[in-house]
Design a protein around this ligand. Structure first.
Ligand code: GDG
Length: 461
């Protein structure tokens, strides 16, 4: 079988500093079999980018990493990837700060990745690149002469042509995606938006899932990501003995818990969520003293200005809610900007009567799926879910809300708090079936099979 090489900006080398057991490593664990390789950034900045990748082996998987030059990395990561692509793909054109210099930095890091991988690449390899950091990567590998199958999965949403046109290099980005053989999206809507961009901005021919540009065929399809539901559910059940979970349970003193877990990011709709909670306490005063909202939002991307601003805004809003509603023995909002261990999170989800997942825009949102998997079937909590999270396409039995409408979120929270047990169970059962069906393993296998089919089709052509 051809060797699979996964490429992502960060490489989750087992046991290395900063490596997390979550994220992509969990999603791809079943396909990272002995003999496969993971390639990307080492996490280190150097005066000169490393010419040769450093290789580490763990459980038969080779982790190949490169150091990057700090100037190029800044332009690539802070400037273009998170200063242009992230806001653009989350429909926040006003937060986009485009400079040609940053775009050049983005290209040069992709070029450095492609050149470095080239040195250890075999013509029979299959390459799977992940996320918006790596849009031009396939074109560059092709320019280096690689002809094997290359796939790409976009973890975040995509935008319609009217938005893509706002980026001065929008056409280049769409054309670069067409250098891949297979492009996966979280939802059919995102896949369609990409095909529309290729058609309208580049004059590509689109037939079903296929995009033809300059004689090359790319398949653009939806392959929703999932979690390892079984193991998450086990962790949640076991976490009843976790010290922090026990402390939390004890401190509730019979009150209901609502939980939100998000990287601190402006796409997650945290300010609106806080506003909604305040409205719940104001408009439904019966819930005062009977509920806590626990918001866990580990700080992220602090090198980007917008993220620092968001942090001070949330500090202010949290202070305002607690200042307004707190009593000697009740603090309505508990807010932590530190990351919690995964097992603790699982246990906290299970304690919570409401899972609040209200991003303004989100590729999928795995927290929604984790919350469902963690529930106790006998007495499950209620998921309040934004209609603009990819997860809402599948998890239709959640209470679906418009995250731009804090009143609607407050109403849904009230509905969740008063929902009869029968209805909670019915909704939960339907959600659970879906979360156990569209798992991480299924996501990865679907993609790799589709990529293999592309390579067979190319050989036959
Ligand atoms: C991108 C897309 C898409 C959060 N806080 C802690 C913690 N987490 C974990 C959650 C969850 C993960 O981080 C976050 O995943 P999301 O899917 O919610 O969001 P993004 O980070 O924005 O991810 C998104 C995803 O890629 C996958 O394709 O769904 O749409 O934006 O697993 O549990 N984990 C621990 N401590 C924390 O404090 N251990």
């Amino acid at each position: 079988m051809a060797r699979l090489i996964v490429v992502s900006n960060r490489v989750p080398i087992p046991k290395s500093r900063g490596a997390t057991a979550g994220g992509l490593a969990v999603a791809l664990k079943d396909i990272m079999t002995p003999g496969s390789m993971w390639f990307g950034w080492s996490g280190r900045l150097a005066a000169e980018p490393s010419a040769q990748p450093a290789l580490v082996e763990a459980r038969g998987v080779t982790y190949a990493t490169v150091d990057l030059a700090s100037d190029a990395y800044k332009a690539f990561y802070v400037g273009f990837a998170n200063g242009v692509l992230w806001p653009l793909l989350h429909f926040r054109l006003g937060l986009m700060h485009f400079t040609r210099q940053d775009y050049q930095g983005y290209l040069s890091v992709n070029r450095a990745y492609a050149d470095s991988l080239q040195q250890i690449l075999d013509p029979s390899d299959t390459v799977w690149a992940h996320d918006y950091h790596l849009i031009p990567f396939a074109r560059m590998l092709r320019e280096n002469g690689f002809t094997g199958p290359i796939g790409f999965f976009l973890h975040v949403p995509f935008v319609p042509p009217s938005m893509m046109e706002a980026v001065p290099v929008g056409r280049e980005l769409v054309a670069d995606l067409c250098a891949y053989d297979l492009v996966g999206f979280q939802t059919e809507e995102h896949a369609r938006d990409f095909r529309d961009c290729a058609e309208r901005m580049l004059g590509a021919t689109v037939e079903g899932e296929w995009v033809k540009l300059n004689g090359r065929l790319t398949r653009a399809f939806a392959d929703p990501i999932g979690i390892d539901a079984e193991s998450f559910a086990r962790d949640a059940e076991r976490a009843a003995s976790d010290k922090q979970v026990q402390r939390m349970a004890g401190s509730l003193a019979g009150r209901s818990l609502a939980i939100g877990v998000d990287r601190m990011d402006y796409s997650k709709g945290l300010a609106n969520r806080f506003e909604a909670y305040s409205l719940l306490l104001e408009r439904y005063p019966d819930h005062q003293r009977k509920i806590h909202l626990l918001q866990i939002c580990p700080r992220s991307r602090e090198e980007v200005d917008e993220y620092r601003k968001l942090r001070s805004e949330l500090d202010r809003l949290a202070g305002r809610i607690n200042g307004r509603f707190s009593e000697f023995d009740w603090t309505p909002l508990r807010y932590s900007t530190r990351a919690s261990p995964r097992a603790t999170l699982a246990g906290l989800y299970r304690l919570a009567r409401i899972g609040l997942v209200t991003p303004l825009r989100d590729g999928m949102n795995l927290v929604a799926k984790e919350y469902v998997a963690a529930q106790n079937d006998e007495d499950p909590g209620v998921l309040v879910l934004s209609k603009f999270a990819g997860a809402a396409m599948e998890l239709t039995e959640a209470l679906i809300v418009n995250p731009f409408d804090p009143d609607a979120i407050a109403d849904a929270m009230n509905e969740a708090l008063i929902m009869p047990l029968d209805e909670r169970r019915q909704r939960h059962l339907a959600l659970k079936e879906k979360v156990y069906h569209t798992t991480a393993a299924r996501y990865a296998k679907t993609f790799v099979d589709a990529l293999a089919a592309r390579s067979v089709a190319k050989v036959a052509a």
